[in-house]
Design a protein around this ligand. Sequence first.
Ligand code: ATP
Length: 256
Amino acid sequence: SRAEPLLSVRGLTVRFGGIVALDAVGFDVARGHVCGLIGPNGAGKTTLFNCLSRLYRYQEGDILFEGRSITNLPTHGIAGLGIGRTFQNLAMFRTLSVLQNVMVGGHSRSSAGFLASALQLPQVKAEERQQRERAEEIMVFLALTPVAARPVGTLPFATQKRVELGRALAANPKLLLLDEPAAGLNHEELDDLARLIREIRDRLGVTVLLVEHHMGLVMGVSDRIVALNFGRKIADGTPAQVRDDPAVIEAYLGAP
Ligand code: ATP
C-alpha cells in the first residue's frame, strides 16, 4: 500500500571481526521523502549503504523494500527492484560520452534488456530507442544536453557528478541512495545540488536516502534525518529535532 514505508531497516547488525559497524539499527523511509543519514566518521553510514546495495552481508536484522525482504537478493537484483545509488568516488566510464554513460545506467534496471542487447536480439531496437529517449529526458532534467557528446573524463567535477546522478536516474529507481553528493562542490554548486535533490523528489517522484557530511545541505533538503554514532542510531526526526538533539550535538562536538 502507499502508506507502508518504501524502505524499512530493522535491527540491522554488521560486524567486521571485533568491530560492530552497525548495532541493531532500525528506521523507516516514507515514500516521497528525502531522508538524511548523518553521523561522524566511522558511524556506519557507508556500511548501511553497502547493506542496502547487497554489497555487504549483515549478521542480524532485515531490510524490507516495499514490504519485501531484500536479504537473499543477489547484488544485481537490487537495481531491478528499483534501488539506485551513486558512489563517493564517481563510478563512470571516463572515455565514454555523457549520453553513453547515462544509457549504461538504463541497462542496469533490466538484466534481460542488457543480455538482449549484448546478444543483438531483435527487441533491442525498440528497447534502445526507449532507453535513449529516457536518457535524453534525464539529460534535459540535469542540464546535461549541451555536453551530451563529451567524454565524461573531460568535464568539470561538478558536471561529472551530475552525470553520475543521471546514470543512477536512468534506471528509473524508486529509491535513490546518494553517497556524499556535496563532497568537493563550491557554494554555487551546492545550491544547484540542493535544488536538484528537491526536484528529484518533487518532479520525478523518487524517494531519496542521502548520506552527507555537509550539514547545511542535509538540513536544507531532508524531510527527516537519522543520526548514527559508533554504529548506533542516536536520533531520528525532523531536521530541527535532530539539529537540537543533545546526543547529536555531543557526537559532533565531543563530550559536553
Ligand atoms: P565516513 O563518514 O568516514 O565515510 P561512515 O559513517 O561511512 O564513515 P563506515 O565506513 O560505515 O562509516 O564504517 C563504520 C565502521 O566499520 C568503521 O569502524 C569502519 O572502520 C568499519 N568498516 C567498514 N567497512 C569495513 C570493512 N569492509 N572491513 C572492516 N571494517 C570495516
